[in-house]
Design a protein around this ligand. Structure first.
Ligand code: HEC
Length: 170
C-alpha cells in the first residue's frame, strides 16, 4: 500500500509535469532518472510501453532503453523469432540456431551444431547489448549476406525488450 502511494507521487513529480520539465530533470539529475526509471519499471505492466518510452528520454541510448526494458514484453515479441529459434537450454536448432545463452556469447557460435554463414561468423567479437541492438534492427546491414532474412525490429524499445528477454535465458 505505502509502496503504491510512493509510486503515484513519483510519477506525478517526474513524469506528470510535461515532457520539458522531465527532460530537464533527466539531463541534470541522472540519479533521479535512474530512480524514476526503476519506479516506472516496478509500476509498469508489459503494456505501458509509452510510459516506459517517455521514461527513457529523447533519443535514448541502448543503455537507457535497457533501464526501462521489460523481459515479459520481450517474451511476447519473441513469438516473431520462434518460427526459426528455440530458446530453451539444449533445445534443437530450427531454421536458425538455438538462442539459449546467446547474450555475451561469441557472434555466430551460440549453437555448435548450427551451420552459420561465413557472413555472420566473420563479424567477430561477442554479443553485447549494443551489437544485439544493431543486429536486430537490421540483420543484413549488420552482417551483409547473413541467412537471417528478416526485416528487423524497427522500434528500439521492442529491441530492448527482446534483449532483456534474451538476458534472462542463461
Ligand atoms: C526466418 C527465420 C528467422 C527468424 C524469424 C529469426 N531468425 Fe535469427 N537467425 C536465423 C538464421 C538462419 C540465423 C543464422 C544466420 C547466419 O548464419 O547468417 C540467425 C541468427 C540469429 C542470431 C545469432 C546467433 C549466434 O549464434 O550468434 C541471433 C542472436 C538471432 N538470430 C536472433 C533472432 C531474434 C531475436 C529474432 C526475432 C526478432 C530472430 N532471430 C528471428 C533465422 C531467423
Amino acid at each position: 500500500m505505502s509502496k503504491s502511494v510512493f509510486i503515484w507521487v513519483a510519477r506525478n513529480r517526474f513524469v506528470g509535469q510535461g515532457d520539458r520539465l522531465y527532460v530537464g530533470v533527466m539531463v541534470s539529475r541522472s540519479m533521479i532518472l535512474a530512480i524514476a526509471a526503476a519506479l516506472t519499471l516496478v509500476a509498469c505492466s508489459p503494456d505501458d510501453k509509452e510510459a516506459r518510452r517517455r521514461a527513457a528520454g529523447p533519443n535514448p541510448s541502448v543503455a537507457a532503453l535497457a533501464r526501462v526494458a521489460n523481459a515479459a514484453a520481450g517474451a511476447k515479441l519473441f513469438t516473431r523469432c520462434s518460427a526459426c529459434h528455440s530458446i530453451g537450454r539444449g533445445a534443437p536448432d530450427f531454421g536458425g540456431p538455438n538462442l539459449f545463452g546467446v547474450m555475451g556469447q561469441e557472434i555466430g557460435q551460440n549453437s555448435s551444431r548450427f551451420a552459420y554463414t561465413a557472413a555472420l561468423q566473420r563479424v567477430g567479437g561477442r554479443w553485447t547489448p549494443e551489437r544485439m541492438d544493431a543486429w536486430l534492427a537490421d540483420p543484413r546491414g549488420f552482417a551483409p549476406g547473413t541467412a537471417m532474412g528478416i526485416a528487423g525490429l524497427s522500434d528500439p524499445l521492442d529491441r530492448a525488450d527482446v534483449i532483456a528477454y534474451l538476458q534472462t535465458k542463461r
